[in-house]
Design a protein around this ligand. Structure first.
Ligand SMILES: C[S@@+](CC[C@H](N)C(=O)[O-])C[C@H]1O[C@@H](n2cnc3c(N)ncnc32)[C@H](O)[C@@H]1O
Length: 308
């Protein structure tokens, strides 16, 4: 199994996603003789997983069932073991587009963290691109190397265990794009500039606080970056509910309304709600946004290195 290519059947050594529902899933390393406990009972890897098709419904020992899914970067983001704060698909999608990433792109990233963004970048730049990712925390760098190997994407990524602010990305003038998710991105801007191609490229820095953004923008300007732009992307989830309302008794005045242009224009709605009308209530679906939400993740500052 590789995170880059879909394969039909589950094999030993795969990382599969056990899907119990949208709010409940987890990754499992498939091993001959291995067992995984779920709230629906045990899954036995040898008999229940190995050789079965991805997407299969698997019945657990207590009779309940789960789906076994092929991993993708999106599923990995919501299932990975957290070693740090991570980036989620909403920010990742904007980063991918605004950095103009595509198959063949050469990308620098720091820090690697839990590898959430790294997996998404690797999928986008495959099969001919390369990701150079820098992480100064030794165990995190080692764990990332191990996961990239397990997920068979290691030939597309180089992990360096060093301080990006001190030592940079370890490459010069070959990158198409640079991404920073570190506490002091302004200290790495000079290294980002030297990693980017002479013909130019794009940079993005993710910071939760506006003071970090201000310092980064100043550093970007100082190093000659142009088109400096800071965006914030907020995910607003609407709760869809079925609402029941009593039909008001409008008496004669209400009855007189039948046959008007208003009613003819809404004929299908009338037909649909006819049954409900007879019971004195009307039901409809309503999408309601939350009155308050914790939407902020961070600011995304983008800029361009122009050709020299
Ligand atoms: C918030 S996490 C990155 C999460 C990552 N974007 C993801 O989606 O999984 C920040 C990481 O940057 C690393 N880091 C912080 N400063 C660094 C530096 N100067 N050089 C290299 N890594 C650094 C930290 O150790 C941490 O693992």
């Amino acid at each position: 199994m590789s995170f880059l290519e879909y394969r039909d059947t589950i094999q030993e050594g795969d990382t599969a996603i056990v899907f119990l529902g949208h709010d409940s899933m987890f990754p499992v390393k498939v091993q001959r003789g291995g067992q995984t406990q779920t709230k629906y009972g045990v899954i036995r890897h040898s008999s229940d997983l190995i050789g079965k098709k991805y997407g299969s419904k698997v019945t657990c020992s207590k009779g309940g069932w789960v789906y076994i899914l092929h991993p993708t970067p999106e599923l990995w983001t919501v299932n990975l073991p957290h070693r740090t704060q991570i980036l989620y698909s909403t920010d990742i999608s904007l980063i991918t587009m605004m950095l103009e990433l595509k198959p063949g792109s050469i990308v620098c990233e720091s820090g690697t963290g839990s590898g959430s963004l790294s997996h998404a970048i690797i999928r986008t730049i495959a099969p001919t691109g390369h990701l150079y990712t820098v992480e100064f925390h030794q165990q995190r760098a080692e764990k990332a190397i191990e996961e990239f190997k397990e997920h068979k994407v290691d030939d597309l990524v180089t992990v360096k265990n060093q301080d990006v602010c001190e030592n940079g990305f370890g490459i010069t003038e070959i990158a198409d794009a640079v991404f920073l998710d570190i506490p002091s991105p302004w200290e790495a801007v000079r290294h980002a500039k030297s990693a980017l191609k002479l013909e130019g490229g794009r940079i993005c820095s993710f910071s939760p606080c506006i003071e970090q953004v201000q310092r980064t923008c100043l550093a970007l300007e100082e190093h000659g970056f142009t088109e400096i732009n800071t965006l914030e992307i907020l995910l607003r989830v609407y709760n869809v509910r079925t609402i029941s309302l009593q039909i008001p008794d409008l008496g004669k005045a209400g009855e007189d309304k039948s046959g008007t242009e208003f009613d003819r224009g809404n004929q299908s709605n009338q037909d649909a709600s006819c049954a409900n009308l007879q019971q004195g209530t009307v039901q409809f679906k309503s999408g309601i946004p939350p009155r308050e939400m914790v939407g902020h993740t961070g600011y995304l500052t983008f800029a361009t290195k122009s050709p020299i």
